[in-house]
Write a protein that binds this ligand. Structure first.
Ligand code: 5RP
Length: 233
């Protein structure tokens, strides 16, 4: 564990928790940075803030419950959603998400929120998303039924690799689906790529989050920088 990153994640999470106002319905992202936000929000609720929240994964739901945050279903718009990312593009705040395997619920929550805020340490910030490859693929969640053929369709856009779990078996998402990690994609038109992935039969969703985040809180050793989408880089 990189202690500095842990500290930075906590700083970003705490800063995001300051955005939450009394009575808000809040979306809780997934992954270690999002869990830092859940911890900080839990502290605020113990100090008297009243919120209800929607969790994007079973792991986050468990953390929220133990932090004393009241969980509700995603049955209405949210005021704010806060989530981590695997890579965030300076300027546009386009992001790659889903290395933690929660991308389907993460997008549902992000799109339900009036304001979607990304939190990360500065190692996640890139000038162009394309730079993050080959290390960071685009995760694509697919139905288990016929997944090999879905994979063959996806190979028109990159090289799909079935994600495994630590036990050596395929990784299974909270939705009971598989993840194909797409490497070596053609990034010239990210919006076209995103639309094609979404339109592929057998695909539930993908981890390209374009035009969703309005703000990114990026923790650096010098402090937490507030980046707004569309602002000069
Ligand atoms: C999970 C995600 C996470 O937000 C992403 O993987 C970042 O995780 P971490 O904060 O642990 O680096 O998209 O699906």
């Amino acid at each position: 564990v990189n202690v500095e990153f842990e500290w930075l994640k906590r700083a970003a999470g705490e800063r995001a928790a300051e955005l939450v106002e009394d009575g808000m319905r809040v979306g809780l992202g997934s992954g270690s940075t999002a869990l830092a936000f859940v911890g900080a929000l839990g502290q605020r609720t113990r100090d008297g803030l009243r919120v209800t929240a929607v969790a994007t994964s079973e792991q986050t739901a468990e953390a929220a419950r133990s932090a004393g945050i009241e969980l509700v279903q995603l049955d209405a718009p949210l005021d704010l959603a806060v989530d981590g990312a695997d890579a965030i593009e300076r300027g546009s705040l386009a992001a790659i998400k889903g290395l933690g395997g929660a991308l389907v619920r993460e997008r549902l929550v992000a799109e339900a929120a009036r304001r979607f805020v990304l939190i990360a340490d500065d190692s996640k910030l890139v000038d162009h998303l394309v730079e993050s490859q080959p290390d960071i693929p685009i995760p694509v969640e697919v139905l288990p039924f016929g997944w090999q053929l879905t994979g063959a369709r996806l190979s028109a856009y990159g090289e799909p690799k079935l994600r495994g779990s630590e036990a050596g078996k395929p990784f299974v998402s909270d939705n009971g689906n598989l993840i194909l990690d797409l490497f070596g994609c053609d990034w010239r038109e990210p919006a076209t790529l995103a639309a094609r992935l979404k339109a592929t039969t057998g695909v539930v969703d993908h981890g390209l989050f374009l035009g969703l985040a309005s703000t990114a809180l990026i923790a650096t050793p010098a402090g937490v920088a507030v980046l707004n989408a569309g602002a000069p880089r």
